[in-house]
Write a protein that binds this ligand. Structure first.
Ligand code: TMP
Length: 221
């Protein structure tokens, strides 16, 4: 755990359709019910500049970017988001709940898109510095099931999403299977920070597992 501020930084990671957004809302309610200040945010995005970069990443042809360009764009968005949203919130003592963060760059661009871990680690040192998460919840689900869920969700949100936002969802079955393994590997390599949550249960079951992890790891009652 970092000692950088009074706030707490919790990130949610995992493949497509693992239910991160729903679970973040649930955790937010539990924390707010205890009188805690919560900032809910997401990556890529979360601040005006970062949302503009998001549009370049989540729409268009799957082959649109070289892996290195793609990692640079994610870290450019992350730099904006950290400077304008995450660090100010942590300094005020808030709980920051973030839908995806650096582990996604390591999993998607570093491991599965083949950039390698070293360039991602270098960008991490430049951009994130001491603002690493206190806790990362890795939601784990069979990748075919996750993609099916993500496609259902896209149909429900067809009118709200700009340009479909499905560039990564279109990357193929093998891509998503390797992604699941990449997240599990990252969690295994960082046991002090990461907790793997079985995301195959019902929303309340997964929510209960998340709440137990948050209480255990951050000492909440
Ligand atoms: P979302 O749909 O979960 O909001 O995320 C947008 C997509 O961006 C998702 O498919 C994963 C991808 N992504 C990366 O490839 N690298 C990153 O660093 C981040 C934060 C997201």
């Amino acid at each position: 755990m970092t000692t950088r501020s009074m706030g707490r930084f919790i990130t949610f990671e995992g493949g497509e359709g693992t239910g991160k957004t729903t679970q973040i809302k649930g955790l937010r309610s539990l924390l707010e019910a205890r009188g805690l200040d919560v900032v809910q945010t997401r990556e890529p995005g979360g601040s005006p500049g970062a949302e503009a970069i998001r549009d370049l990443l989540v729409n268009g042809d799957t082959e649109r970017w070289c892996p290195a360009t793609e990692a640079l764009l994610h870290y450019a968005a992350r730099n904006e988001h950290l400077e304008h949203v995450v660090r100010p919130a942590l300094e005020k003592g808030a709980y920051v709940l973030c839908d995806r963060f650096s582990d996604s760059t390591m999993a998607y661009q570093g491991i599965v898109q083949g950039l390698g871990s070293e360039p991602v680690t270098t960008l991490e040192a430049l951009v994130v510095r001491q603002t690493s998460p206190d806790l990362t919840l890795v939601l784990d689900l069979d990748s075919a099931l996750g993609i099916a869920r993500a496609k259902d969700r896209a149909k429900d949100k067809a009118g709200e999403r700009s340009g479909g936002e499905d560039r990564y969802e279109r990357m193929g079955e093998d891509f998503h299977q390797r992604l699941r393994a990449a997240f599990l590997q990252i969690a295994e390599d960082n046991p002090g920070r990461c907790v793997v949550i079985d995301a195959s249960g019902s929303v309340p079951e997964v929510g209960a597992a998340i709440w137990t992890a948050v209480q255990d790891r951050l000492g909440l009652t």
